[in-house]
Design a protein around this ligand. Structure first.
Ligand SMILES: [Zn+2]
Length: 179
């Protein structure tokens, strides 16, 4: 019993000693996205987002790619700015990005610039800047993706089919690196 109380006391003490998350560079949980099976990825997205749609899956796929390109870890280490439409289903992209990158609206290292002006053939402009000061990475999601996804969402495809289609669709048709 005493051991149990001491253990709980130690945990509470640790929690009280922790600083606010802002500026913290070492996440308090272990990233668990490595080597997730497709079924586990689907489950995680559904658990977070409540349903499965192509924009959330695209955000997930793009988020993993961005971290890889930046050489950045999960949760901290970069600032992501997403400029694009401010309504669903488009903004579901943000949830996929959050699941994949751990960079979140709450921590402020993911930001949405809703209804930002952009070229007519661009759906989203995304800028990712690593905290280490390396050059920003910019990608565009073309407007053609909106046509493609609305076709999928208006069809008879199941969530699982949309999931697999979005993950396997040619990357250069989903986003293009600008610089
Ligand atoms: Zn959604």
């Amino acid at each position: 019993m005493m051991v149990g109380l001491e253990f709980i006391g130690a945990i509470v003490g640790c929690m009280l000693a922790c600083e606010c998350c802002s500026g913290k560079k070492h996440p308090q949980v272990t990233a668990v996205d490595e080597d997730l099976s497709p079924a586990e990825t689907l489950h995680r997205l559904r658990q977070f987002h409540g349903h499965i749609g192509p924009y959330a899956i695209l955000g997930y796929r793009l988020g993993n790619w961005l971290l890889e390109q930046l050489g950045c870890g999960k949760y901290f280490g970069a600032h992501l700015t997403v400029a694009g439409p401010g309504t669903t289903p488009y903004t579901c992209l943000l949830d996929g990005l959050q699941v994949a990158t751990g960079h979140t609206l709450g921590k402020g290292n993911l930001e949405l610039v809703a209804n930002a002006s952009r070229a007519p053939d661009v759906l989203f402009e995304i800028e990712a800047i690593a905290d280490d000061g390396t050059a920003p990475l910019r990608v565009n999601i073309p407007a053609s993706v909106a046509d493609l996804f609305s076709e999928w969402m208006g069809g008879e495809l199941s969530e699982e089919e949309i999931f697999h289609k979005t993950l396997s669709w040619p990357q250069n048709e989903l986003w293009q690196k600008v610089c």
